[in-house]
Design a protein around this ligand. Structure first.
Ligand code: NAD
Length: 443
């Protein structure tokens, strides 16, 4: 098995970082895409998105011929022994997962396998509702290949848990590897691919593997919404929610991570995955009051940040507001479901003029969002002459802004911190009017 070659259908955050990790572990890999320019760039070592560490590794692996790009799924599958499906599964308007790329890739795998004699393992890595691997991918592959699962090809579901912004680290150091297997033989192939990983490996039913991913993301989103709900209770009592959650998180039955209150979660996973499983549950007549509340809290939290802005400076009409950070979190240029959007929308509705700064995500935001925003190349430019600053995404360079910078550049040194980026007491002691989510704003 040591010469296994891997096809990865999809070269997004998951596909490309998986390709990097597999090829670094000695498995020659091909990542595919439907966009020709992305494949051409990949051949030059240029990644299709910003993610720390990806560009350096990509260049290294492309140069030694361990990683390549293609727009031809059929050819990529044909030249490999194992295929990972890593295409996007975005939300449809009703909240359910759009599985059209899953169907397209399953069909392409079937077409490729028709002409292949050797055993091949098909692995679903995209986040997909329970039943998708066995009820969509499997019949598509069988139909287009004329072959039979278990006998001619293997089938697995191997959910991905990486975090954007830390994708390379997470691909090499996962907390666990979940292998949903149709039969033992296909699970053994995945176990072999991951043989150098020392973390726990769970082998389970395919549907369980599919649902583990949704359950994990739903629970993480629940922790965030829980902390956010408490942030609003804390503000009323003039209590610091971070102090409260520190005390909560030290309980051995809990975990202190993901209890950081802020202006809500975004990105391509939590909102879409919680919506998908909630919609699926509704369709099978299962009530989901917890998931409903998690999403509702996430909708009101960015608007609550605007309330804090209003409490801080009164009417927003004509006020110039510097919004720092547009990506859904630091270290990524991804703006999918970023909380910057509802925040800026509401601020504009209330008559504010927006200046926005983000180290990497401004181009994506500008392309996808039609709002009157002045984009700035530096945070200094954003702050200069503005009435106040609102922090939406705490990139390091935004975290490093000092009290003296706010005092020097802003008309009035007012900071509304949606991510609890700064040491509030320090900023206040140094003459900045500080307001934050879950902070003692009335003190
Ligand atoms: N981004 C994350 O942090 C993350 C983490 C874990 C799991 N996931 C899940 O992994 C899957 C992929 O996520 P992503 O963030 O990498 O998506 P993405 O949108 O960044 O990338 C999707 C890729 O699929 C390609 N693609 C679409 N249709 C294709 C086709 N027919 N053939 C070949 N390529 C095709 C696109 O060109 C793109 O390169 C999703 O189901 C997502 O929910 C994402």
């Amino acid at each position: 098995m040591d010469k296994l070659k891997i096809a990865i259908l999809g070269m997004g955050y998951v596909g490309l970082t998986s390709g990097i990790a597999f090829s670094k572990h000695g498995f020659k890999s091909i990542c595919t895409t439907t966009t020709r320019s992305k494949a051409v760039n990949l051949a030059k070592g240029i990644p299709p998105f910003y993610e720390p560490g990806v560009e350096e590794l990509l260049k290294e692996l492309v140069n030694v011929g361990m990683l390549s790009g293609s727009v031809n799924n059929v050819e990529a599958v044909d030249q490999s022994d194992v295929t990972f499906i890593c295409v996007g599964t975005p939300s449809l308007p009703d909240g359910s997962a759009d599985l059209s790329s899953i169907r397209d890739t399953a069909r392409d795998i079937g077409i490729a396998l028709k002409e292949k004699d050797s055993y091949h393992v098909v692995v679903a890595k995209s986040t997909i509702p329970p039943g998708t691997t066995e009820e969509i991918i499997l019949p598509f592959v069988e139909k287009y290949s004329g072959k039979q699962v278990d006998r001619d090809f293997g089938l697995c579901m191997n959910p991905e848990f990486l975090r954007q912004g830390e994708a390379v680290h997470d691909s090499f150091n996962p907390d666990r590897i979940v292998i949903g297997q149709h039969d033992k033989r296909s699970g053994d192939v995945l176990e072999y691919i991951y043989r150098d990983y020392t973390c726990s490996k769970i082998r389970c039913d395919i549907k369980a593997a599919e649902l583990i991913k949704y359950a994990a993301n739903s629970l993480l989103a629940t922790k965030i919404s829980f902390a956010n709900e408490f942030s609003r209770i804390c503000e009323k009592f003039n209590i610091d929610v971070y102090e409260v959650m520190r005390g909560v998180g030290l309980d051995f039955r809990l975990n202190p991570r993901f209890l950081d209150a802020g202006c809500g979660f975004g990105g391509s996973c939590f909102p879409k995955d919680v919506s998908a499983i909630k919609t699926l549950a509704k369709n099978i007549e299962v009530e989901t009051p917890i998931l409903d509340a998690v999403l509702y809290t996430n909708e009101i939290q960015p608007l609550h940040l605007v309330e804090i802005v209003r409490d801080a400076v009164g009417s927003l009409k004509g006020k110039i507001i510097a919004v720092l950070g547009l990506s859904f979190k630091p270290n990524t240029d991804d703006i999918r479901a970023t909380r910057a959007l509802p925040i800026i929308k509401k601020l504009v509705e209330e008559g504010a003029k927006i200046r926005a700064y983000d180290p990497k995500a401004a181009t994506n935001f500008k392309r996808l969002v039609d709002l009157p925003v002045e984009y700035c190349d530096t945070w200094e430019e954003g702050l200069r002459g503005a009435d106040l600053a609102v922090v939406q995404s705490d990139w390091k360079e935004i975290r490093d802004i000092k009290a003296e910078d706010f005092k020097r550049l802003l008309k009035n040194p007012v900071v509304v911190d949606g991510r609890r980026t700064y040491d509030a007491n320090l900023l206040k002691a140094q003459g900045v009017r500080y307001y934050g989510i879950g902070w003692k704003n009335k003190a």
